[in-house]
Write a protein that binds this ligand. Structure first.
Ligand code: 5GP
Ligand code: ZN
Length: 133
């Protein structure tokens, strides 16, 4: 009870097997807009952010709709690993593996989440600001 790890009823909400209507990342992942993928894997795709904050700014997105990192359960461990591995592959392809890069996700209002389909930002290609807020 309480931490969502042992009580399956505590694991939330925004999980579905199909695309969610009006979810732009579901549509992009399904190829609806012809958005080029920087990289892809069985369960995830990576594409450039519309408003890049750094020379490399790529979003790594599961093909399946999850609202945010809060919706990754223990049974999603393979997907979580695949998302991080794809983020590293993006960094490699973008040539920032050695210079350094940041992988981050925003979950909820205080973090500034604006698209409610789980995504990891991969940022690099310049010295990134220090600090975590
Ligand atoms: P968040 O603020 O939720 O962590 O990040 C959402 C990101 O998605 C933002 O950096 C925003 O620029 C990006 N974004 C929003 N809509 C689109 C879109 O239609 N296409 C792409 N490529 N990026 C988008
Ligand atoms: Zn979605």
């Amino acid at each position: 009870m309480g931490d969502g790890l042992t009580d399956s009823t505590a694991v939330t909400t925004a999980r579905t097997d199909g695309p969610v209507a009006d979810c732009v990342f579901c549509q992009i992942a399904a190829g609806a807009f012809g958005t080029p993928f920087v990289a892809e894997s069985e369960s995830a795709v990576a594409f450039r952010d519309l408003h890049p904050q750094a020379p490399t700014h790529v979003l790594v997105v599961p093909r399946r709709h999850l609202g945010g990192v809060r919706d990754l359960g223990l049974d999603d461990a393979p997907l979580a690993g695949e998302l991080l591995a794809l983020a590293v592959e993006v960094a490699r392809r973008e040539g920032v593996l050695e210079s350094g890069y940041r992988v981050l996700t925003n979950d909820g209002p205080d973090a500034g989440q604006t698209v409610f389909h789980l995504h990891f930002h991969v940022l690099g290609g310049k010295p990134l600001r220090g600090g975590l807020d």
